[in-house]
Design a protein around this ligand. Sequence first.
Ligand SMILES: N[C@@H](CCC(=O)N[C@@H](CS)C(=O)NCC(=O)O)C(=O)O
Length: 336
Amino acid sequence: MPEVGPALYSFRRCPYAIRARLALAAAGLRPGVDLHLREVSLKAKPPELRQASAKATVPVLAGAGQGPAPAWVLEESLAIMHWALEQRDPQGWLAGWSAGDRAVMAALIAENDGPFKHHLDRVKYPEREGAEGRSALPGHRRAALAILETWSRRLEPGGWLLGERPSLADWALLPFVRQFGLADPEGLAAVPGLQPLRDWLGRFLAGPELAEVMAEPWASRSPWRSPSWLYHLALRGEWQQARREGTYLRSTRGRALEQEGFIHLSAAHQVAATAGRFYADVPAGDLLLLSLDPQVLAGSGLEVRWEPAPGSGERFPHLYGPLPLEAVLLAEPWQR
Ligand SMILES: N[C@@H](CCC(=O)N[C@@H](CS)C(=O)NCC(=O)O)C(=O)O
């Protein structure tokens, strides 16, 4: 793919990221061909995302620049949807609708992103607000269901929010209604007036559009490997021991730091080859990829030297000293 394609920072389950991916896919754009898909972990956001967008929410679409800074950045899911549909809108999500229809779409999306999302979050995570949150839960459920009933009435005549074909509003709202259905399936099932909405959601859940953007290459279960970080492959048992003991002292498979003098690390582009060379027979789930923050390593006074690996001319990063656990941003099962 062209080096210059924009990068989409995305998170598989995020409803904002799902709506952006739906629009990009509808426009016929393809990850790995027209854009770089960078699945992120919200627990450890890559520096490239923070550089592109100070608020660092997902999704973010960042156009490639001459240097490390992006040439342009879209940091709102709706802006990304509009950008995608400006490239191509073969299904008429925006094309063919009147200015009045577009105003209705905008009002529905504002209601979703404002009050509906507010109540949805409180239905999903009542514990975040403590004891108060649990006592307020029935009120938030009722308020969310009342909004859903107004949408359901709109859906009744033609099956879609604005009539007989889907528009931007349907695709922008459905990922959030899906979340409500996951958080409160009984609530959704119990209200008789919600049948048109349940049918609409059911079509979305069973349809090819959602399936496409929840699977590779639109979504991945493991995060993108930022070239700004360093990596170490660790056996699950050895990592668990380090967590119990407070330091990680393994160098590589079968070798301790004490024997080797340093811990073997890899750069982002070297991890797959290292896994294939030394860990190919390790059962899935027993091999973890640790993502390390080089700034925390440096802040702990540890030296990383780039040294040639014997037998290959390639230089690898070597960490001289025990790996401080606070430098480990993520420990995730290695996905072959
Ligand atoms: N208004 C933004 C909201 C995006 C948003 O809040 N995304 C969530 C994930 S679903 C996020 O990135 N949260 C930040 C975090 O969890 O650190 C948009 O439409 O793109």
